[in-house]
Design a protein around this ligand. Structure first.
Ligand SMILES: *Cc1c(COP(=O)(O)O)cnc(C)c1O
Length: 428
């Protein structure tokens, strides 16, 4: 078929009796044009309109297979949930729950109580609070503790996390005033000491999640910052970003941060922790209580499905080693490279691909310098477009004119699905 042999939108839509047919035909023809230019035959167009209609009537938010090698991929939904966490979501979501009801006393309860105990045990904190995401957690902390007053932050930590989310903007929205301390590459405890004034409400430290300044650099240790904060009687808030509950090399753990003297620590539920999207705040009871009472807390609170998934995830951390076996994000992080290679070899064997050595990443701003050794199955680059049109869609990485299907972020079962998808694309 050639470009000029393609039917018009109306002609194609008439072949299918459906009110959404015109729109579907337009999409199919746009794709067919791209495929013809790439040297593919677009196949039976009427059938593709029917398939497109089925997709439109089906769910918009769907499963994809992540063959990018980026474990916490924000565009692909960050952390896949562990089975026990999913089981909690099903059970709690299916019927009524004690979300805000104290069953023993027969009175109103708090939705925060269900996870607070576990978070205290896992981090050593006095108190804990869960909101929608870590950006909300930082916003709430600054609004409750710094509104109308000054927050000190190192110039080297005024970062953009991604998609335009910038720490200085969040600070401005919280109603606190930003006071920049030190320089981009060097900030010392003495810089904070000098900047503290009568209007200072908070010392904020922000983990340099997604980048590192290298060379002539200096940042004070958290213990030194805690010393400054204590001398002046102001709280030290530590935005850890990822925040590990287990020991992960090169990533600060929440417990370490509290032990070093942070008064309040905030971190994401769906980065290294491997749970649902949420923002977790742990620290001194009196501060957490101020956050809980602040009016915007009500607008930022997590819903019951999130709390169910978070509780199910946290439970896996309570038995030594279990999180590394059952939380998908941690399992992918520590999987021996030989196992990843074996998966890539099996995939390459089924689709006549080539095994390639690759570098996988944690993503989500965690472990930015850590290169995880990995293996991919390389196939022809042209398949990329068609693989994304499969159900589930397969997302790979284009490198040197080939499509790499990284096997660190695929389970064995998912690699089989990728194989099927590749074969289906080639046979069309
Ligand atoms: C990721 C990140 C955030 C934002 O967390 P979300 O859960 O995406 O809202 C805030 N601060 C730091 C340092 C981060 O790495």
């Amino acid at each position: 078929m050639r470009l000029r042999d393609l039917p018009s939108v109306d002609e194609l839509a008439r072949a299918v009796n459906d009110p959404l047919a015109v729109d579907a035909a337009r999409t199919v023809l746009a794709r067919a044009r791209e495929e013809l230019r790439a040297g593919f035959d677009p196949g039976d167009l009427a059938n593709r309109v029917k398939a497109e209609l089925a997709v439109r009537r089906g769910p918009g938010l769907r499963r994809v297979l992540n063959a990018t090698g980026v474990i916490v991929h924000t565009n692909l939904g960050r952390a896949p949930l562990a089975e026990p966490a999913l089981a909690r979501v099903l059970e709690v979501g299916r019927g009524y729950s004690n979300l805000e009801y104290d069953v023993t006393a027969g009175t109103r309860g708090s939705r925060q109580d269900h996870v607070a105990g576990r978070l205290r045990r896992l981090t050593g904190a006095e108190a804990a609070l869960v909101v929608n995401n870590n950006a909300a957690a930082v916003l709430l902390a600054l609004a409750a503790l710094g509104e109308g007053r000054e927050v000190l932050v190192s110039r080297g930590e005024l970062i953009e996390i991604g998609d335009g989310f910038r720490i200085p903007d969040v600070l401005a929205r919280s109603g606190a005033r930003l006071v920049e301390v030190g320089t981009t590459n060097r900030t010392r405890a003495a810089d904070y000491e000098e900047a503290v004034g009568p209007e200072t409400a908070v010392l904020l430290r922000v983990h340099q999640s997604n980048f590192r300044v290298v060379g002539f650099t200096e940042l004070p240790r958290l213990e030194e910052l805690a010393g400054v904060a204590r001398r002046h009687g102001i709280p030290l808030v530590d935005d850890l970003g990822s925040g590990a509950l287990e020991n992960v090399p090169d990533e600060p753990s929440v417990r370490e941060s509290l032990e070093a003297g942070a008064d309040l620590v905030s971190f994401s539920g769906d980065k290294l922790l491997g749970g649902p999207q949420s923002g977790i705040l742990v620290g001194r009871a009196e501060l957490v209580e101020r956050l809980r009472r602040h009016p915007i807390q009500r607008a930022l609170r997590a819903d019951k499905l999130t709390l169910a998934a978070l509780e199910g995830t946290l439970a896996l951390y309570e038995q030594p080693g279990r999180a590394f076996r059952e939380v998908p994000v941690l399992r992918m992080l520590v999987e021996p490279v030989a196992a990843v290679r074996a998966r890539a070899e099996r995939l390459a064997g089924s689709v006549d691909g080539v095994v390639e050595e690759t570098v996988a990443r944690m993503g989500g701003g965690a472990l930015p310098l850590t290169e995880l050794p990995s293996f991919a199955c390389a196939v022809e680059e042209e398949l990329g477009l068609r693989l994304r049109a499969q159900e589930p869609a397969v997302i790979g990485i284009v490198r040197d004119g080939r499509l790499l299907l990284d096997c660190r972020t695929l389970s064995d079962g998912e690699a089989d699905e990728v194989a099927e998808a590749v074969l289906a694309c080639r046979s069309r």
